[in-house]
Design a protein around this ligand. Structure first.
Ligand SMILES: [Zn+2]
Length: 89
């Protein structure tokens, strides 16, 4: 099953990006986690980021080191670019 990223996924990726930038709150984080229970693609991304930056674990705590957040941001950006979703039909 190779489903390309859907609109919902793009939203989730954008939220992950916000998290990396330190702008995400706990509620949005739980929305990400809920989406990940139904979406393998995003779950894989979040899992990878959880190991790197502790996504959704320590929201609002210490800011990420720039080397880490820069790498995570780049990763998410690349995913967004490769997901070619048309926002509206
Ligand atoms: Zn998804």
């Amino acid at each position: 099953m190779t489903t390309p990223a859907r609109v919902e996924c793009v939203k989730v990726l954008a939220q992950i990006q916000a998290y990396v930038d330190g702008e995400l709150d706990v509620l949005e984080c739980s929305a990400i986690e809920r989406h990940c229970t139904a979406c393998d693609a995003c779950a894989a991304i979040v899992r990878g980021l959880q190991e790197t930056i502790g996504l959704c674990r320590e929201v609002g705590r210490a800011p990420l080191p720039e080397s880490v957040s820069g790498r995570a941001r780049e990763q998410v950006k690349r995913l967004l670019e490769s997901s070619r979703v048309t926002p509206e039909r």
